[in-house]
Structure formats: structure tokens, C-alpha cells
Design a protein around this ligand. Sequence first.
Ligand SMILES: *Cc1c(COP(=O)(O)O)cnc(C)c1O
Length: 365
Amino acid sequence: MKNEYLLLTPGPLSTSESVRSAMLKDWCTWDDDYNKDVVEVIRRKLVKLATSRIGYTSVLMQGSGTASVEATIGSAIPKNGKLFVIDNGAYGARISQIAEYLHIDQHVMSSSETTFPSIEQVEQIFINDPDITHFAIVHCETTTGMLNPVQELVALAKRYNKVVIMDAMSSFGGIEMDIGDMDIDFMISSANKCIQGVPGFGFVIAKQSQLELCQGQARSLSLDLYDQWQCMQENHGKWRFTSPTHTVRAFYQALLELEEEGGVSARAHRYATNQQILVQGMRQLGFQPLLDEPLHSPIITSFYSPSHSEYQFKEFYDRLKAQGFVIYPGKVSNADCFRIGNIGDVFPDDIHRLINAVAKAMYWN
Ligand SMILES: *Cc1c(COP(=O)(O)O)cnc(C)c1O
């Protein structure tokens, strides 16, 4: 089955036909051909993708990406711990909302959605609030498409001996990084982003020594990160509760295709090329990106909505969809925008075709 349109969204995104075809079989969750040959291979491959250092392990968790964020926040922070969250977009805000639901003590630094968080301000908070034990940061803030300066922020948190949790949901597999080099303790991502799988589960790659400290700390049974890891570890890939087998098998195929493409560096290059063609083409049509160019990520780009009185997102969206492209509404709080993603089974030729389609969809011109 072919797709009728390309999803230019940050997940679920367009997947290859071979990834979708990998779902056409049922699996028994007790058998080695699923647990050992699929789940365990995925777990090992994920760790390898994340770091070349030893001491890291991975846990897969049912649900959308947010469930894995919630499992991590709810399991990693002890009763008397305190979380410091930088909120410069909807996903930073969501981490803080999770902490609020779970009654976790927190310090939230709200920062502009269109500029980098101030390193000086972050350091002041570490100095002034010694109760902070954990630091959470979003890598690519998908709200705007901004790539936060995680290298500097994580190094700073480490200088103050904090446990670091990074939401790299929309960047892992699409941007080169080594979480071991950065000394990150927990990194979270999901199946339906840059690895180009289908939705259904998330995963956490963690320092094993930190994960072991999570025993008995979870604030939820089904989102107990330690227990989930323990079960997978002891039983060679067995999930505690019903595993999303078809999604997992598709993800395994997606990992093979990432390797065939040439790994994360090749994929990052393709995404970056997509993004450059997109921004250049959109500028030529008169659209302005929300962020200054140095703040852009290769993942997704926000554009200001046209100021013309007849412009309506829904009409624009429908006209693009009719031509085979699905774009994404804006999410920034103080500006009227729409977003176009570059990730998924999407290639430079597709972006060139998109630019032509946008030109045809500009009914207000
Ligand atoms: C997609 C995404 C999430 C998770 O979203 P779900 O809808 O729960 O899958 C979390 N953080 C970021 C930065 C994301 O891009």
C-alpha cells in the first residue's frame, strides 16, 4: 500500500513501505524469535547509536513518547529530589506539567521560545537553589524547531553534580550526538521520530548505575522505568505487560534501514539538505522563518503565517494536502506560525516538489 501524501510533521511521519510491511505478521511474546532476536537486538542497537561508551543500557516503554518522559521523571527523581526544568517551548512545559502531576518539587525557568536560554541565568539557578538534584532539557524543541545548546547546558549541570535527563525525542537518530561524551544520565526518544518507525512505544537510554538507583521510586506501576528494565534484562527482552509487537518489529526494520542509509551522519545530512532547500524555497516565495538561521534544527522549521487578510491555515493546509503534502499547525505562544518537518522517509526531491505545491497553494496572492 502506497501513501497518498507525505507527512511533513514531527511524528508520526512518513515511513518506508518496507517498514510498514514488516508489520504484517503476528508474534508470540514468549518466544526467542521475538524477545531475543528482535527486542534484545533493538536494545543493543539503540545503546550503540547513542554512545560508544560503556555503562549504558536501554529500556523500551509502551505508549507515545510522553509516556517515556513521564516514566523517566516519575522514576528517576527520589522523594526528596528536586527537578530543574528549562521551559522554552511546549515540550519543556510538558516536563514541568508531568512533575506537577506527580507532586515532584521543581524549579522552572521559563525562557523565550525564540532565543537560546541564558547560560548565566541557568548557572545562577544552580548556585541559588542547592536543593536541585536533577536537570531536564529538551534537545530539539519541536515547538519552534530550535536546537537548544545542550552541550553547554549539560556541561554546566554536570559541573554542579546534577543528574541530567534529556528529551531528545525529535532529534535522536537524526542528529549526531554521543550521550556518553556529554555524560547524560537519561535520554528519551520514541519509535516514530528520526528512526522512522511507526508510533507505539518510546525508549530510554540510561546510565545503568543511575537506572539501578530508581528501584522502588516510581510513582506509577505501568510507568516504572526500573521494573520495566529489570524485566527486560532478566528475561532477555520480555516486556512486563503486552508489548506492541507489530510496532516493535517495524522499528527493527527501521533500524536496519538507518544502517543501510549510512547511519546517523548520513541521515542527518539528508535532513539538513531537506531543511536548506525548504528554507531557501520558502523565502523565495516570501515566507519568513520564525527563528534566526543559526537557531534552526534540521528537524522542523516554523514559518510566520502570511499577514494577508484572506490567509487561513486550514485552506492552505487543504490545498497542500490535495497535492500530496501534510504540514503542521504552529504551536508557538506569541506568534502566528505553521511548521514544516523534514524528517521521515522524505528526500530533497520531495522538498523541491513541496515548494512547487506551496506556490500553487498560495490562493491569497
Ligand atoms: C514528539 C515529542 C514528544 C512526545 O510526544 P508524543 O506525542 O507523546 O509522542 C516529546 N518531546 C518532544 C521534543 C517531541 O518532539
